[in-house]
Design a protein around this ligand. Structure first.
Ligand code: ADP
Ligand code: MG
Length: 618
């Protein structure tokens, strides 16, 4: 086109498009849900802006917040249109040419090795999935602040943008036209599109329409010489011989024929799932809703969910999910972002999914949604962020989230201390078996970070903690289970920190404890050192690092006697080592074979902590 301006794609985009267009990946269906999800995002954005500026929606059809799908079988074009916020020329260049999110290279690698595209939406590159089915794509878009433009690309490393002077004006919004490849002909079938919308986009909160064909009966003037007309009228009347003979002479004036017409057919039910009674929502529906919400279309179910209705001063409905897997960048972004994964709605209107005030950082791995009737609808995001109700909402959400996580453990037969229950086999509890270990594997670190950061809920979080110990034989155990096994007279919970289990098992610090059959918790994650600076006690039991000063193992009758008789020796050692090197030299109660050991003072850094700090400054 004459007035088209040409651009090159960012290198990563080009690589991604190459992979997609050459992909033999069998599940090409995903492109549709990505486009619908983008349309829905765009509609959410304009609806949000319209809260404070009614004019923005425009008039007539332009104001209709809906998604339309249309097919052109002859030209092999599938188009998806929305009346969302639209894109300016600048937006088109930026959004459909570069990748905003990090982690694209990692995704590309993963996609090439596993061939799994199901997570594409999570990487902020869902749009490009159109090249799984199309070899030429046009994006026509109209934003309130700009003229209508067309973006187009044949996935050959470049795209072009032109001011649109030839298409029908969109009013506002975006139309994506896919020129389908020959082998993607199935996406021109109405039943296929209906099936896909049902499968993947059921929980989109805007109506999705398909320009669908419909067979209708129409009356047309009858034609005397038309054979078929006669035979059909004969068919209709064959049980009615008497009448027929009477009417024989009279010729019918009209006849009925089938004709194909088109009309907009609504494909989804827009009643929000969170407004429904939890008792009436099936497991499958929750799973599907989770897929849409989290843009996680793997075949795994969420590990748990909680759907509740909070009443009182602050009213809201919420659905929370524990995903089956941690996102690739959970802890990467933990320290430099505050983003929670909850969507905030106010009276059914989507407000934001970047509200840090809803959940603390350590719970940012949860997905879900909050819809409040108490929050005001017509204020800016900034004002809303400061609303006092948010604190109440947050408090309740944390409670519910921790309850939900505890339920994974409660329902997991592997977690049970009751041996019968553990071995009981029924398909019911088998599905729940091993789920907590799975949770812990994916999100255990978040629970530890929670213990560090959330003093109010520390005890509740400590209940969720799982550890390995000198007696757990490689399995995970809870603090409650540890306590239930404590020896009589044992006052403290013993633990040791180090870089790995093998090293800890050989530690001389454990000699005596092991001989006397005490259980010791092994902490081998660097975060554990920090954790234990905050977790001082649990259920009235103190934590004692066995490599630190102050270890008391039951009563030792000979201790005093020994101390007295080795007094001169310990004194001599202390002066020989000088006070620069040691604080004190004492008779040890923790050794069996090893002659001596270096112990950390009560408030000093353990040797392991020294190692961690050193590694960090290097
Ligand atoms: P994501 O949706 O995760 O941001 P996509 O690759 O699906 O990633 O889309 C890239 C960007 O293109 C979106 O963030 C949005 O800004 C823009 N975009 C895509 N489709 C539309 C649309 N229908 N209306 C408005 N903007 C869109
Ligand atoms: Mg998207």
């Amino acid at each position: 086109r004459n007035n088209a301006q040409k651009f090159e794609f960012q290198a990563e985009v080009s690589r991604l498009m190459d992979i997609l267009i050459n992909s033999l990946y069998s599940n090409k269906d995903i492109f549709l849900r990505e486009l619908i999800s983008n349309a829905s995002d765009a509609l959410d954005k304009i609806r949000f802006l319209s809260l404070t500026d009614k004019e923005i929606l425009g008039e007539g059809d332009t104001a209709k917040l809906e998604i339309q799908i249309k097919l052109d079988k002859e030209k092999k074009i599938l188009s998806i249109r929305d009346r969302g916020i639209g894109m300016t020329k600048e937006d088109l260049i930026k959004n459909l040419g570069t990748i905003a999110k990090s982690g694209t290279s990692a995704f590309l690698e993963k996609m090439q090795s596993s061939g799994d595209l199901n997570l594409i939406g999570q990487f902020g590159v869902g749009f490009y999935s159109v090249y799984l089915v199309a070899d030429y794509v046009e994006v026509i878009s109209k934003h309130n602040d700009d003229k209508q433009h067309v973006w187009e690309s044949k996935a050959d490393g470049a795209f072009a943008i032109s001011e649109d002077t030839w298409n029908e004006p969109l009013g506002r919004g975006t139309e994506i036209r896919l020129h389908l490849r020959d082998e993607a002909g199935e996406y021109l079938e109405e039943h296929k599109l209906k099936e896909l919308v049902k499968k993947y986009s059921e929980f989109i909160n805007f109506p999705i329409y398909l320009w669908a064909s419909k067979e209708v009966d129409v009356e047309v003037p009858a034609d005397e010489d038309d054979e078929s007309s006669e035979s059909s009228s004969e068919e209709e009347n064959k049980d009615d011989d008497a009448e027929k003979s009477e009417d024989d002479e009279e010729k019918p004036k009209t006849k009925t024929v089938k004709e194909t017409t088109y009309e907009w057919e609504l494909l989804n039910d827009v009643k929000a799932i969170w407004l429904r009674n939890p008792k009436e929502v099936s497991e499958e529906e929750y799973t599907k809703f989770y897929h849409t919400l989290a843009k996680d279309f793997g075949d795994e179910k969420p590990l748990a969910w909680s759907h509740f209705n909070a009443e009182g001063d602050v009213e809201f409905k919420a659905v929370l999910f524990v995903p089956p897997k941690a996102p690739h960048d959970l802890y990467e972004s933990y320290y430099n972002s505050n983003k929670s994964n909850l969507k905030l709605y106010v009276r059914r209107v989507f407000i934001s999914d970047e509200f840090d005030e809803l959940l603390p950082k350590y719970l940012s791995f949860l997905k879900g949604l909050v819809d409040s009737d108490t929050l005001p609808l017509n204020v800016s995001r900034e004002m809303l962020q400061q609303h006092s109700s948010l604190r109440t909402i947050k408090k309740k959400l944390i409670r519910k989230a921790l309850d939900m996580i505890r339920r994974i453990a409660d329902e997991d037969p592997d977690e049970s201390t009751d041996k019968d229950k553990k071995e009981e086999v029924s398909s019911d509890n088998d599905e729940k078996r091993g789920q907590y270990a799975k949770f812990w594997n994916e999100f255990g670190k978040s629970i530890k970070l929670g213990i560090i950061e959330d003093a109010t809920n520390r005890n509740r979080l400590a209940k969720l903690l799982r550890v390995e110990t000198s007696k757990s034989e490689g399995k995970l155990t809870s603090l409650d289970q540890y306590i239930s096994r404590m020896k009589s007279g044992q006052k403290d919970i013993f633990y040791i920190t180090g870089t790995n289990k093998e090293q800890l098992e050989k530690s001389p610090f454990l000699e005596r404890l092991r001989k006397k059959n005490y259980e010791v918790i092994y902490f081998t994650d660097p975060v554990d050192e920090y954790l234990m600076q905050y977790l001082m006690d649990y259920e009235d039991k103190k934590f004692q690092n066995v490599s630190k000063e102050g270890l008391k193992i039951g009563k030792d009758a000979k201790a005093k006697e020994l101390k007295e008789s080795f007094k001169d020796l310990t004194k001599w050692w202390k002066s020989a080592l000088s006070s620069e090197n040691v604080d004190d030299v004492k008779i040890s109660n923790r050794l069996d074979n090893t002659p001596c050991v270096v112990v950390t003072s009560k408030f000093g850094w353990s040797a392991n902590m020294e190692r961690i700090m050193q590694a960090q400054t290097l």
